[in-house]
Design a protein around this ligand. Structure first.
Ligand SMILES: O=C1O[C@H](COP(=O)(O)O)[C@@H](O)[C@H](O)[C@H]1O
Length: 257
């Protein structure tokens, strides 16, 4: 498991632009190396802002969008098109503006599918398993880049502190009673997140500063789910100055003047 590298940008706007540039480069590198790539998206303010910055830069055309599999680390269990769904934000910010292959955009089904949250989670796990190859050595594909937001309470994806999902070994689970609305969600679990080659935690704003500090200080991942967010090959904490304001001196590397 990789030790996090911390990069600090001046403010949220520059952070979104810098992560977008990094993401484009990462996807191009993965596609050059393997022919295609797997990207896991996050919801939340910085997740969507980053995608909007990808859409806004002409460099986005360097990515071969039809050769990209797109997944979600978590989804709010709401009907298709609901403005609160993470998918809706991602589509509006980026996916509707690039040439993705609809068959490779792996949506989490909501209640309008007729499924319960448990059935939807199991179906997503099946879809992940179907895309996993022998060399992935597990029930999910080896994600090239997995993006995560970080809540002020330390949650990542829909893994909230102390909740049963944090003890679950299945790849994807239904979450009930989430402290942040909506209460019902579908989430990748810690083992799935930790199987990614690279995990990037993106956080901006002073209200995230305490969670960032705890997530970097090897707190227990049940108390602070962000502390369990580590990639196999690389973990990045991509922060603005406000979110980095409580980390121990010397841990963060200024990346922007
Ligand atoms: O509800 C969620 O929240 C987190 C963090 O969101 P933020 O707006 O505080 O950055 C997000 O990572 C997750 O995907 C989402 O479902």
């Amino acid at each position: 498991m990789s030790v996090p590298s911390v990069l600090v940008h001046r403010d949220a706007d520059l952070l979104a632009k810098a992560v977008a540039a990094r993401l484009i480069t990462g996807l191009v590198d993965a596609q050059v190396a393997k022919g295609s790539a797997h990207l896991v998206l996050t919801g939340g303010g910085m997740g969507v802002a980053t995608l909007a910055e990808v859409a806004a830069t002409p460099a986005r055309d360097a990515v071969e969008w039809p050769r990209l599999d797109i997944w979600w680390g978590d989804e709010r269990f709401l009907p298709a098109g609901d403005p609160e769904r993470n998918e809706t934000g991602a589509r509006e910010a980026l996916l509707d503006h690039v040439d993705v292959n609809p068959a490779r955009v792996h949506s989490v089904l909501g209640p309008d599918s007729g499924m319960t949250a448990e059935e939807s989670a199991d179906r997503y796990a099946d879809e992940l398993r179907a895309m996993s190859r022998n060399e992935d050595h597990g029930p999910v594909p080896s994600f090239d880049i997995l993006l995560l937001g970080l809540g002020p309470d330390g949650h990542v994806a829909s893994l909230f502190p102390g909740m049963p999902a944090l003890y679950d070994e299945r790849p994807v689970v239904a979450v009930h009673g989430a402290p942040k609305p909506p209460p019902t969600r579908i989430s990748m679990t810690q083992p799935t997140i930790r199987s990614a080659r690279e995990v990037w935690v993106i956080a901006a704003g002073e209200e995230k500063a305490g969670a960032v500090r705890l997530a970097l200080q090897e707190s227990g991942p049940v108390q602070v789910p962000g502390a369990g967010a580590r990639g196999r090959l690389r973990t990045l904490f991509l922060l603005d100055r406000a979110a980095a304001s409580k980390i121990p001196p010397g841990l963060g590397r200024p990346a922007s003047p």
